[in-house]
Design a protein around this ligand. Structure first.
Ligand SMILES: [Zn+2]
Ligand SMILES: [Zn+2]
Length: 505
């Protein structure tokens, strides 16, 4: 299926709000724009296959040339550069990106090792000279076209294309800033212009022509504008989500309060729900071995979210809420997650559209923008830069909602696997319940059973009691603590009774 159709279908199927669809990348219009760029290049005699030969490879930073293959004709373009395509940023809001195509028309025959390229270059020279000899160019400023750099613009007149002269000095002023940022500084257009203004020996003068296409400027302008609306949308939805998380946090805090009788709080219910949520790893896949997390794609998130809802439904927890409001807040929590999912889906389809349209541009023109354009504008758009929305929202959700209620896993004794009450913190930082520590001592163990820290067990005494987490356990795990104390009493009783039995026997 064609991507334009995939894009449209996704926007409908995922029930993307009208307002977002407005901000989406206009793939079809951009495609039409590319067709116009191709037409303008063809007008200059620069079909995609021709340009492929004449352009330098902008991706080669060390100056190495790539081998290109066109129509079974393989060549290593180590010849002087005939065509150069530059993208420049400008402060002019109406034309944020200025593309220029620079063509060298005069070159020494000896420099060319490849006959085919030489031939193509000559054809181009003839074509452009023919176009320039048109009546439109009977201009006094251009009496000696072979000694000056010319700037010409392609314009649309009715449904015909025409060439129209531009004066050289108009380029820097159009750039709008004294030091325009350019990707290829060593061969920057700006430098070329400065050079031509200086007195240069006649024989070294290169006859260059700078061509400003009409539709490529429009293409980048359109794309840039769409990225701006996507930026706005992202920021807006981000603050929207943050305020939702905020409100949920507020409600859960009061609904799960540990400071009231257990009959009046949903502390245990919310803990169970959050435990299922954390186990579902909806947005990130956590890697236990190197404690890193990788972000999931929208499709996987959708599946995980559905799975989470199913597990909650099956558990019946939401039917056992003590407070009516808990159910409403839980539904709010679910819908906030689905909202985030929708934003992520929208972001990912637009990122794909952006990538695809640039690829299409390159495929049809050979102008090589698919890496250069994103690099040029990356810092200007929050849509691409900065942390992902999933990351930032999940972080806020983690710190302001999920951590409201401590999970038992974080307060469990690694030996007896029940709540570590009363908690003894060894010098190495590992925590055990006091019963297990006493047993370790009775068994004459001296090192920490987890990390083998030397004499950590021997040295531990009543000063190692972690009062802070003991208070927390009492508050947040009242049932588990009660159970633990009961067990302790039973063990003590058994010990005493057992000893007495021994004595009697
Ligand atoms: Zn224990
Ligand atoms: Zn340890």
């Amino acid at each position: 299926m064609k991507f334009a159709k995939v894009l449209q279908q996704t926007l409908v199927e995922e029930d993307i709000p009208e307002e977002w669809v407005e901000a989406a990348i206009k793939y079809k219009s951009l495609k039409k724009c590319i067709t116009k760029v191709v037409r303008e290049l063809k007008f200059l005699g620069l079909e995609q296959n021709t340009l492929k030969f004449l352009l330098e490879d902008p991706n080669s930073e060390d100056g190495t040339k790539k081998i290109i293959e066109v129509d079974q004709h393989e060549t290593l373009p180590n010849n002087p550069i005939i065509a150069e395509y530059t993208l420049t940023k400008s402060n002019d809001k109406s034309k944020p990106i200025l593309p220029y195509l620079k063509i060298t028309l005069n070159y020494d025959d000896d420099e060319y090792t490849d006959d085919h390229i030489h031939e193509v270059g000559l054809q181009l020279k003839h074509k452009i000279e023919m176009l320039l000899n048109n009546d439109d160019f009977a201009d006094d400023d251009h009496e000696e076209p072979n000694t000056e750099q010319q700037v010409i613009e392609i314009k649309e007149e009715g449904d015909k294309l025409i060439l129209s002269p531009q004066t050289t000095h108009s380029i820097p002023s159009r750039l709008g800033s004294p030091e325009p940022f350019e990707l290829n500084n060593s061969k920057s257009l700006d430098k070329t212009i400065t050079e031509t203004k200086e007195p240069v020996p006649k024989q070294s003068k290169t006859n260059e022509i700078v061509i400003m296409l009409n539709s490529d400027t429009k293409f980048f302008q359109m794309l840039n504008k769409e990225l701006e609306s996507l930026d706005d949308l992202k920021s807006k939805e981000e603050s929207n989500l943050i305020s939702q998380v905020d409100s949920i946090s507020h409600s859960v805090k009061s609904l799960s309060s540990p400071n009231v009788s257990l009959k009046k709080t949903d502390l245990y219910k919310w803990r169970e729900l959050f435990k299922i949520y954390l186990d579902s790893e909806v947005y990130f896949k956590y890697n236990q071995t190197n404690s890193s997390a990788s972000e999931r794609n929208a499709e996987q998130i959708k599946k995980n979210l559905q799975e989470f809802v199913n597990r909650v439904t099956k558990s019946g927890i939401t039917d056992q809420f003590k407070k009516k409001k808990s159910l409403a807040v839980f539904n709010q929590f679910i819908s906030m997650n689905y909202h985030l999912l929708k934003v992520l889906q929208f972001q990912s389809i637009n990122t794909e559209a952006f990538r695809k349209i640039l690829k299409k541009f390159d495929k049809q023109t050979s102008l090589n923008v698919k890496n250069r354009f994103p690099k040029l504008i990356n810092d200007d758009h929050v849509f691409f830069s900065g942390a992902s929305l999933a990351q930032s929202i999940c972080y806020i959700m983690q710190t302001s909602v999920l951590t409201l209620i401590p999970q038992l896993d974080d307060y469990t004794c690694p030996i007896c696997t029940s709540v570590a009450f009363k908690p003894i913190k060894l010098s190495c930082g590992h925590v055990f319940c006091v019963r297990c520590l006493v047993k370790l001592k009775q068994q004459d163990k001296s090192n920490c059973p987890i990390c083998r820290h030397e004499n950590a067990v021997v040295k531990a005494d009543s000063t190692n009691l972690d009062l802070k987490s003991m208070a927390l356990m009492k508050t947040y795990f009242p049932l588990e603590v009660k159970e633990k104390l009961k067990e302790r009493d039973k063990e003590r009783y058994d010990e005493v009774v057992g000893k007495e039995k021994c004595i009697i026997m």
